[in-house]
Design a protein around this ligand. Structure first.
Ligand SMILES: Cc1cc2nc3c(=O)[nH]c(=O)nc-3n(C[C@H](O)[C@H](O)[C@H](O)COP(=O)(O)OP(=O)(O)OC[C@H]3O[C@@H](n4cnc5c(N)ncnc54)[C@H](O)[C@@H]3O)c2cc1C
Length: 475
């Protein structure tokens, strides 16, 4: 049986809030989303600009291992909605996903806008209400939420609240990290918000910057601190960013926090061994320019050749083995990490110690003891009345379940009684018992589907009365 419907306020209309809204509304709850921006899902739209990487097609355990230290607590959550479920969900919205050569999964349209439009339509059809230009400013003194809106401050009440406020990266798209101050005010510990999955500054030469800013380095490997990562990177006017750099973010941060400017090695031909590459370079015609040898024999793109020259101005052009070794490990010195305003995501925020296994704020649970202390005041007359009413609802639900059975059981009982009178020699007990049981179970199976909506109603009333009893106990 479904849970009795409750009202749920979701603050934040990014992918996390929209997914929470879909799940809760599909379970029959009354859902309202509040967001400070004029439209929902702005960062999701930005995420789709370079191709929306929805998930990865690798086996679940390999995928979970990518969460590092967070695997043990996020693992159960992700197992509940694993990558294949994400894919089925995207396909269900008409996004038609595909798996790229890297194993990553994208919508065929690559961008996020068709997916977001279909998603918002689905939410509207599920009855989800959406209020934009509502900036959450905190909790009201009891259980309400406070919002700043163009029409002035608004207070909202709901049975449950889901906070899906994102991080603090790209604040102009909505998530500005202002939740940190609000929650800290309520005694919730907050880890400082830091950029994660961010690019790094690089002191490119003017020639390289002018020619290659915006060019992608495809099919490369990057190494830091002994860990190699395959992927892509993007040259920007002031540095380097992209998947392969983000995948090393944790390690790079550790090196940077130890005070050293991190250096990475870039393998521009990861599919060739050094000796194979050296052989190819050695076989190239001596008359050819170095640039041509690197392009034709080395198979390097113009941006890769530019990078090689920028990072190692004295190329060992006459020594194919040394040149091949350099192509397989171009040393690149990184400067400062890009700030939050350009990071893909955010580290820090509400730490795991502040939430339970269901991602419920433990502080909210603790506050429920302030609402209803362990030593409560005695129940008054009204409280006893509410308690009696909730008992009455439970009793009524029981009678409702039993009535069709009692009525139906009368029929075989009367029939068996008549049979006993008509044929006293018959062993009625032997046949009567299984007949009565079969008729009873059949009636139960038939009646349950019709009774279940009424049960929900009774339980709702019962729960409301228990709520009143609890409020009556509060000092
Ligand atoms: C350039 C770029 C590329 C990316 N590429 C990818 C990718 O390919 N694949 C991928 O999975 N991820 C990608 N990401 C990351 C992805 O966009 C985020 O992980 C995702 O948007 C997080 O979803 P969220 O719902 O938690 O937060 P958000 O999307 O940030 O949504 C939070 C919402 O809360 C609202 N909000 C915040 N504070 C308040 C408040 N006080 N009151 C009311 N509303 C508030 C905001 O307006 C916002 O709408 C990319 C991000 C960027 C910037």
């Amino acid at each position: 049986m479904k849970d009795a419907p409750i009202s749920i306020a979701i603050v934040g209309g990014g992918p996390a809030g929209l997914m929470a809204a879909e799940t809760a509304a599909a379970a029959g709850h009354r859902v309202t989303i509040y967001d400070r921006m004029p439209t929902l899902g702005r960062k999701l739209l930005m995420a789709g600009r370079g191709g929306l990487n929805l998930t990865h097609s690798e086996p679940l355990d390999a995928c979970l291992a990518r969460y590092g230290r967070a695997t043990d607590w996020l693992g159960p959550v992700i197992r509940h909605f694993p990558p294949e479920a994400v894919r089925a969900w995207g396909d269900g919205l008409g996004a038609e996903t595909f798996v790229g050569s890297s194993g990553r999964m994208f919508p065929k349209a690559m961008k996020a806008s068709p997916l977001l439009r279909a998603w918002l339509r689905r939410l509207a059809s599920l009855g989800v209400e959406m209020h934009t230009r509502h900036r959450w400013t905190g909790f009201a003194s009891d259980v309400g939420l406070l919002f700043d809106t163009p029409g002035g401050p608004v207070e909202v009440r709901a049975d449950a609240v889901i906070l899906a406020l994102g991080g603090a990266s790209w604040p102009r798209l909505g998530s500005d990290g202002s939740f940190a101050e609000i929650l800290a005010r309520d005694g919730i510990a907050i880890a400082p918000l830091r950029p994660a999955n961010m690019g790094y500054a690089v002191a490119w030469s003017e020639t390289f910057r002018t020619r290659f800013a915006g060019a992608p380095l495809k099919r490369i490997r990057i190494c830091h601190d002994g860990t190699w990562v395959r992927g892509e990177a993007m040259i920007t006017a002031c540095g380097i960013e992209g998947g392969a750099i983000y995948a090393l973010a944790d390690r790079l941060r550790e090196t940077a926090s130890a005070g050293a400017g991190p250096t990475v090695l870039i393998d521009l031909r990861p599919d060739l061994a050094t000796h194979e590459l050296a052989d190819r370079l050695a076989r190239a015609r001596a008359k050819e320019s170095l640039a041509n040898r690197l392009r034709k024999a080395g198979g390097l793109s113009p941006v890769a050749i530019g990078l090689l020259r920028d990072c190692a101005p004295q190329l060992p052009s006459a020594d194919p083995t040394a040149l091949a070794a350099l192509i397989k490990g171009v040393p690149l010195e990184l400067g400062a990490p890009f700030g939050l305003e350009r990071a893909i995501s955010t580290a820090g925020g509400v730490p795991r110690e502040e939430v339970d296994g269901h991602l419920m704020l433990i502080a909210a649970l603790a506050k429920s003891f302030a609402f209803l202390p362990v030593v409560a005041k005695p129940l008054g007359a009204a409280g006893w009345g509410d308690l009696a009413r909730s008992g009455a609802y439970v009793f009524a639900a029981g009678v409702m379940l039993a009535l069709p059975l009692i009525a139906t059981m009368l029929v075989p009982s009367i029939a068996l009684g008549i049979l006993t009178r008509a044929a006293p020699a018959l062993n009625i007990f032997a046949v009567g018992f299984p007949i009565t049981l079969t008729v009873g179970f059949a009636m139960l199976a038939i009646s349950l589907q019709y009774l279940s909506p009424n049960f929900q109603r009774f339980f709702m009333h019962g729960m409301e009365n228990i709520d009143l009893v609890l409020r009556g106990l509060a000092p």
